[in-house]
Design a binder for this molecule. Structure first.
Ligand code: ADE
Length: 256
């Protein structure tokens, strides 16, 4: 996969992109990430990248020419037939989810445009960008953090990016449920023990325990996710016992 990030502040991204799984994925040539400074594509002696909005209203708007020029230059570098998405990071975009990450991980090239200031000229949205993504309902000073969030989530899904093959498949959200708890050594920490079942060596029981913990955590924290999760008969029975237990707690009656 080829990832290009168009930004006014490339240095903001270099640290994060050069560490850990992102670093290893690039070394293993699973992906190449190039950073492009918008200013390098701005014309004139002053290389102006932003100007006040037509009609007033305050703030500054990123000009269209340098953004179109940057994307043209990126495209001219390699194969035009690559499946591509041009993504504008903006609080007005589609809320980012694991399903979108999966979709993007199947593209050959992703070009991210990091907005700044009041935003970008509308012609960029209309005629350059194919997707607009938001990482949440809050406003950041620019799209750089958002681009890193999306690149990180997409990279983990590239085959071979995580050490243990398939590890991403049990992640929170990948299964439609939140992940349950994990434990490691020591067995006893400040008097708190690791659940017996995890030390039993009984693979089927351990698998069921993990599934039930995931169901329990999702039920407690994000119950709406259960409406669209794929559930087995066993899962439904377990959820019914949870509902039963909590009803009993509420009424203070454990015979119910
Ligand atoms: N730029 C500013 N705020 C943002 C957000 N919430 N998501 C993506 N890009 C942004």
């Amino acid at each position: 996969m080829k990832i290009d990030i168009v930004t006014l502040f490339p240095e903001m991204l270099t640290g994060y992109l050069g560490q850990s799984i992102l670093k290893r994925a690039q070394e293993a040539e699973l992906l190449t990430i190039d950073l492009h400074n918008i200013r390098d594509y701005a014309a004139g002696k002053h290389q102006i990248t932003d100007e006040p909005p037509y009609g007033g209203g305050g703030g500054m708007v990123l000009k269209p020419e340098p953004l179109f020029a940057a994307v043209d230059a990126i495209r001219s570098q390699d194969d035009q037939t690559k499946s591509e998405k041009v993504i504008l990071m903006t609080p007005q975009g589609r809320p980012f989810t694991q399903a979108i990450a999966k979709d993007l991980s199947e593209c050959e090239r992703l070009i991210f445009i990091c907005g700044r200031y009041e935003g970008v000229d509308e012609r960029v949205r209309q005629h350059l960008v194919t997707e607009e993504i938001s990482i949440g309902d809050y406003v950041l000073t620019g799209g750089e953090l958002g681009a890193m969030v999306v690149v990180d989530a997409v990279t983990r899904l590239l085959p071979g990016a995580l050490g243990a093959e398939g590890a991403a498949e049990t992640d929170s959200h990948a299964t439609g449920l939140l992940e349950g708890p994990h434990y490691t050594r020591p067995n006893q920490f400040r008097g708190h023990l690791v659940p017996e079942v995890l030390k039993s060596g009984h693979a089927a029981n351990i698998k069921r325990w993990h599934r039930e913990q995931a169901l329990r955590r999702t039920w407690q924290r994000r119950p709406e996710m259960l409406l669209s999760a794929e559930l087995t008969e066993d899962d439904r029975r377990f959820l019914a016992t949870l509902a039963h237990e909590s009803a009993a707690e509420l009424t203070g009656n454990d015979n119910n």
